[in-house]
Design a binder for this molecule. Structure first.
Ligand SMILES: [Zn+2]
Length: 308
């Protein structure tokens, strides 16, 4: 497989302050893990800056302006209890959007088969008019909207295996039946949404996991509910909100996945993409807060995207 790997030093400029789990070291540990010879075939791409026009596919201009107005000249400013801005946050957040949109362009024009975007800040909690949960702009939602706008795709699927529910992505697409949003997440846990009764127009599928669940329950639920729904939907493009905080060592949740579970779900999604959309997958980093577990899990995920 031709696999793109997006990164950029600007993602380190989003500084969340001492002790914050969503820290620049997350990307440093991923970068080190992907330096080994088995990743020599990755096509490394410097993430371009995104544009206001791209962000406005999901967020109103007032949302962008509010973030700009809140940027501190130095240090940190809190937008809420856990969502933080630093002087470099706008640059990082725009580049995260640029990465996923460039990946859409390159995958849709067959310059590569799939892509992994090692970006931050993450995106899936960001609602159209609300930054929250470490997220400023909803990168994956923007990518979906961008793909639909520019490539006229009928069916776009977003699979979110981050341990938290992607309330922002659900809010963006709950009344747009040509985007299927499926999420597995620990409940109860932040942000408190993601009940199975939240179904949008039949295009939202929420699959809660319980604290202590392992890869056995995770694979059972994907096999019984999510994978059949994806096969039936036949996506023209498959986007992944790739959070690795369902790992057993993650400090923010209590699901007990191991690296092999991330290999398994990646293979299953590649299988569906191969049969419905020539393998087109764009995976974007969301959570994952134990640095060693994150690096090892991303390594397995990317190695699988490369073809194992
Ligand atoms: Zn998460």
């Amino acid at each position: 497989m031709k696999t793109l790997y997006y990164s950029h030093p600007d993602f380190l400029l989003h500084e969340t302050g001492a002790g914050h789990p969503e820290c620049a070291d997350r990307l440093r540990s991923i970068a080190i893990a992907l330096e080994t010879p088995e990743f020599a075939n990755l096509i490394r791409v410097s993430a371009p800056l995104g544009t206001e026009q791209q962000i406005r596919l999901i967020h109103p201009l007032s949302h962008i302006e509010a973030i700009r107005a809140a940027l501190p000249k130095q240090g940190q400013r809190h937008l809420d209890h856990d969502t933080v801005l630093s002087p470099g946050s706008e640059q990082a957040a725009f580049r995260a959007v640029g990465a996923v949109c460039d990946a859409v362009d390159k995958i849709m024009t067959v310059q590569a088969d799939n892509a992994f975007c090692a970006i931050r800040p993450p995106g899936h909690h960001a609602e159209p008019a609300l930054s929250m949960g470490f997220c400023l702009f909803n990168n994956v939602a923007i990518a979906a909207s961008y793909a639909r706008r520019h490539y006229h795709l009928e069916h776009i699927a977003i699979v979110d295996f981050d341990v938290h529910h992607g309330n922002g992505t659900q809010a963006a697409f709950c009344n747009q039946p040509n985007v299927l949003y499926v999420s597995s997440h620990q409940m109860p846990n932040y942000p408190g949404t993601g009940y199975p009764t939240e179904t949008g127009m039949g295009n939202i599928i929420n699959v809660p996991l319980a604290a202590g669940d392992t890869g056995v329950e995770f694979r059972q639920k994907y096999s019984a509910i999510i994978l059949p729904a994806l096969r039936k939907f036949k996506p023209d493009l498959l986007l992944i909100s790739a959070g690795f905080d369902a790992h057993k060592d993650d400090p923010l949740a209590s699901i007990m996945l191991v690296e092999d579970d991330f290999r398994w779900i990646t293979e299953e999604l590649m299988d569906i993409a191969a049969s419905s959309c020539e393998g087109r997958i764009i995976s974007a980093l969301e959570g994952g807060y134990n640095l060693n577990a994150l690096a090892a899990s991303v390594a397995v995920h990317v190695k699988t995207l490369l073809g194992g």
